[in-house]
Design a protein around this ligand. Structure first.
Ligand code: TXA
Ligand code: MG
Length: 313
């Protein structure tokens, strides 16, 4: 077990962030690589540290809805989404408010920003101590697997950034991203909040963003979340491959992990990146991955699997 960072560790991390340094911190989804979102140099060092393409805007994390409303203009529907699902794994794309104070590089020059209030004690304590919004992409080198433990962050970033250790993330996949267009809710990225949950709460269909549509998430690259090994979607692994199973699986005489032997999608989401990290560390050249039902959190899991298996540019 990791020890919960105490008040002093949080205060120190907050001071570093206010001074323009990077700090990695846990959220309920994945670990974030945080910087003061109002400081252009600090945000630029996120792009440098991750090797991230500059056109890919960052999610700004806030301590509460009040902080969010100083940055962006919330329509009644956008506000209702925040009130219903914050703190939680939902990022909401909203128009910037004049005088918002965010660095241009944080939003990659767009006139909107993706905002989220994470549901994590350490993240919220840090945000309150900093008193400013924090830009934070997942704390991994660009294009690689997202980290769900502090150890994965240290390994991925080569120990270049201090990490607040909060143990394993409980959701395990990134937040769901939505935009609001009039009375419509548009999903830009499937994530830890299932589309069906939003639909049930708001009594309307959530529209999935079409490729190249007016509103989209510019960072949705085809090849992403890639382990070092090649990946193949298949229920049957070949000899010599590592295997990531889901549900009751037959015997396989090789490196195997099971996302959820019971076929439970929350458990599978939580295990996804960690098990891919583990199978990758075995040195296997190919990881065969069993498909997962395309409902609930299965949508986010399949999205990550398809990108991880996509041809690498
Ligand atoms: O769970 C998460 O969301 C994690 C944790 C750390 O909070 N963060 C995360 O950030 O996944 P990142 O940078 O890996 O993904 C941000 C996504 C990208 O696909 C980006 O294109 C999209 O958000 N995005 C950011 N601002 C946007 C905007 N104004 N309009 C549309 N998409 C936006
Ligand atoms: Mg990421």
């Amino acid at each position: 077990m990791s020890t919960f960072p105490d008040e002093e560790a949080i205060a120190q991390a907050a001071a570093s962030l206010r001074a323009g340094k990077l700090v990695a911190f846990p959220t309920e989804t994945v670990y974030g690589l945080g910087a003061d979102a109002t400081n252009a140099d600090a945000v630029l060092s996120i792009y440098e540290t991750k090797g991230r393409p500059r056109f890919n805007p960052l999610i700004a994390h806030v301590a509460d809805l009040a902080m969010a409303e100083t940055l962006a203009v919330f329509s009644p529907l956008a506000r209702a989404l925040a009130e219903r699902f914050w703190p939680g794994p939902l990022s909401i794309v909203v128009p910037l408010r004049p005088g918002h104070g965010l660095a241009d590089v944080a939003t990659a020059g767009l006139d909107t920003v993706a905002l989220r209030m994470p549901d994590h004690k350490i993240a919220l304590a840090l945000l309150r101590a900093v008193g400013r919004p924090l830009s934070a992409p997942s704390a991994n080198p660009s294009g690689k697997l997202s980290p769900t433990t502090a150890e994965q962050v240290r390994r991925g970033l080569g120990g270049r950034v201090p990490v607040l250790d909060g143990g394993a993330c409980k959701a395990g996949v990134e937040s769901t991203i939505v935009a609001v267009d009039g009375e419509s809710i548009i999903q830009l990225r499937a994530g830890a909040l299932a589309r069906e949950e939003i639909e049930a709460a708001f009594g309307r269909k959530v529209i999935r963003a079409a490729k190249g549509a007016k509103i989209s998430a510019p960072g949705m690259l085809l090849s992403h979340y890639a382990p070092n090994a090649a990946m193949r979607l298949d229920t049957v692994p070949q000899p010599g491959e590592a295997f990531l199973a889901f549900g009751p699986a037959g015997d396989f005489d090789g490196e195997v992990r099971n996302l959820s032997p019971a076929g439970e999608l929350h458990e599978a989401a939580r295990n996804l990146f960690s098990m891919l990290h583990e199978l990758d560390a075995t040195g296997a050249k190919v990881i065969a991955v069993a498909p997962v039902p395309h409902e609930g959190l299965g949508e986010a899991i399949n999205d990550r699997l398809q990108r991880a298996a996509a041809p690498r540019g």
